[in-house]
Design a binder for this molecule. Structure first.
Ligand code: C2E
Ligand code: MG
Ligand code: MG
Length: 569
């Protein structure tokens, strides 16, 4: 700096010092980036310098004359275009993670980190830097789920991203705001337009949102016509820009209106965990609420609303349990050698036959799952006791890890089993791994108590959680149900296949029987059988249904078994 300030004109020493400064600036530039390039108003690269390997397939000087779109993946053209267009004179954007035209060995576009700046007095050119993304950045970018149409983050990924970035911003004392946009009529407009124009429109909406976000990635599509963006400058023109875009493309010229809701993400005195919960809550609420629903405008307001909603939901759930206002579906588990039915799993159904997953997680999180699990056990016992239930049939119920760790639940379950000893032997208890078991030796004491009473115990979703092997070591059980994720990846990943084989052989050594879930294809069933998995569950053998309904082939097989007086297992 001193040398620059003391620069005088003309003298050779000055020229030498100017050269020195130029070298110094180039060094500074390369300290922060791998490749420097300049783009003119037509989008053509007019200058390039630096290490382009890993970022493009060309050496730097061969980039001159190409368009910037040649080095950026087509999925990100709209976004980078919007980013460059949004650059005012004297302003800077980035660092932003962008997908490059060059592909990684797995065929996915390689991520790079782009920054750009338009200097005052040189507004015809945009100076850009591109840097290889670190493995951590690449992994984070790849892990976040995107909506394929808009290239924006999907709701859950967006909620997580906003919570993480807002927490980091609070630490750095950088105020950030969450802007949520409601674009009613967007889907209808999309349907009215020719397919190509419609998809261009959604992609451009996505590009505008990403360009307005703090890092080019904190923008999400949280419902079909609702979007969110984490911004630092208030994103003052974003709603208008989206409305203008739709107007330009709409043949009627009407376009769609955009309404915005803002929430300041100041953590103030809130505990960071509460603040992050409140952020995820706000994103979900905005995604699901009716148009025009008032949204809290501060995080503490969001937290209060969340607590209020949670209490309401808890009391609704308690009522559902109390009034037994839920259904169950039955899904068969078959012997993989001959596909004969071994037993059925009882799966809860709350409304419209939908998956109970969300409700169960909610009940676990707020600590009210125990009563529900007891309710399902009781209903299952009643079902097993009913006169039209085949006495050779066994039913498996799901018991949350939370329930099994609750002394009151265990006491009630034991009592129920004692009162219905005969049928309780035909009830298999599947301990789900959705919530982590803490005191394993205590859980094992309970499991052994249950087994002494004749109950069969199964560990569900094995391999999904980090502690599965620890559980296997600490708990003596009868069955392990291997998580469906392994079945889905069977044959695609040698690592997962090896894990699957390892689990099966370990269980065999421990005299534990194995069940594989989510089997949808006969090839999967054959492969699982080949590695020694004994039982299988999945759409291939039968979907969950209100009655224990069997596919005709299985019914015939059972009839033959019954004919030969064989037991079901
Ligand atoms: P889970 O115990 O692992 O149950 C298997 C889930 O996989 C079920 O989802 C079933 O519908 C689904 N499924 C079965 N075969 C296939 C297949 O071939 N392909 C695919 N894609 N899916 C398949 P569901 O009914 O949505 O239940 C989700 C989870 O909710 C259950 O996972 C279990 O953890 C929990 N759950 C269900 N009922 C209860 C209950 O009464 N109490 C407790 N605590 N949890 C329950
Ligand atoms: Mg289960
Ligand atoms: Mg499972």
């Amino acid at each position: 700096m001193g040398e620059a300030a003391s620069g005088r004109s003309g003298a050779p020493a000055d020229r030498a010092s100017a050269r020195g400064m130029a070298t110094r600036f180039v060094s500074f530039a390369f300290a922060g980036a791998d490749l420097l390039f300049e783009v003119d108003t037509t989008g053509t690269i007019t200058f390039a310098m630096g290490a382009s390997s890993g970022l493009t397939e060309k050496i730097d000087r061969d980039l001159v004359g190409l368009a910037w779109t040649d080095i950026v993946h087509p999925d990100d053209h709209a976004y980078v275009g919007a980013l460059i267009r949004s650059l005012g004179i004297g302003s800077r954007c980035g660092p932003a993670v962008v997908r490059l035209a060059i592909l990684s060995p797995d065929g996915a576009p390689r991520p790079g980190v782009l920054s750009a700046c338009r200097l005052p007095g040189d507004d015809e050119r945009v100076a850009c830097t591109l840097t290889r993304a670190t493995a951590a950045v690449a992994a984070t970018a790849a892990a976040r789920k995107r909506d394929p149409e808009s290239q924006l983050l999907q709701k859950d990924s967006f909620g997580d991203m906003v919570a993480d970035v807002a927490a980091a911003a609070a630490n750095l004392d950088q105020p950030v705001g969450l802007t949520m946009l409601d674009v009613p009529g967007l889907a209808a407009l999309q349907r009215r337009l020719p397919a190509k124009v419609a998809s261009e429109m959604i992609r451009s909406v996505g590009a505008l949102l990403r360009a307005a976000s703090v890092d080019g990635n904190s923008a999400g599509r949280i419902a079909e016509e609702r979007f969110g963006v984490l911004q630092q400058d208030g994103a003052p023109t974003l709603p208008q820009n989206i409305a203008d875009l739709t107007r330009r493309l709409d043949p009627t010229g009407a376009g769609v209106a955009v309404s915005r809701t803002d929430i300041a993400l100041a953590f103030d005195s809130m505990a960071p965990d509460d603040a992050m919960k409140a952020i995820r809550y706000v994103v979900n609420r905005f995604a699901e609420s009716a148009p025009g629903t008032a949204m809290p405008d501060t995080l503490s307001g969001a937290f209060e609303t969340m607590v209020h909603d949670t209490v309401e939901r808890m009391s609704q759930f308690a009522q559902t349990v109390q009034q037994e206002n839920f259904d169950v579906a039955y899904q068969p588990i078959v012997d993989l050698t001959d596909r004969g039915i071994h037993h059925f799993e009882v799966l809860a159904r709350f409304k419209n036959g939908e998956s109970p997953f969300e409700t169960i997680r909610f009940a676990e999180q707020v600590g009210i799952i125990e009563q529900f699990d007891l309710g399902v056990c009781l209903r299952t016992i009643r079902q097993l006791e009913s006169p039209d239930c085949d006495s050779r049939l066994s039913l498996a119920v799901n018991i949350s890890g939370r329930s099994i760790e609750n002394a009151m639940f265990v006491k009630c379950l034991m009592e129920m089993i004692d009162q219905h000893r005969l049928v309780a032997k035909r009830m298999i208890l599947e301990i789900t791994e959705s919530s982590e078991l803490k005191d394993l030796s205590q859980v094992d004491r309970i499991v052994q108590d249950l087994r002494k009473r004749g109950s069969i115990v199964c560990l569900d979703d094995f391999g999904a959680g980090a502690a599965s092997f620890q559980y296997l070591q600490a708990l003596s059980i009868d069955y392990v149900k291997i998580d469906g994720a392994y079945v889905k990846r069977l044959g695609y990943s040698p690592r997962d296949d090896a894990m699957m084989k390892g689990i099966v052989s370990l269980c065999r050594d421990l005299h534990i029987k194995t069940i594989a879930e989510m089997i949808e294809a006969s090839e999967q069933a054959a492969a699982l059988r080949a590695i020694g998995v004994e039982f299988g569950q999945g759409y291939l053998f039968g979907k969950p249904s209100p009655v224990a309904q069997l596919p005709p082939a299985t019914v015939a097989r059972i009839a033959r078994r019954r004919g030969s007086q064989e037991s079901w297992g």
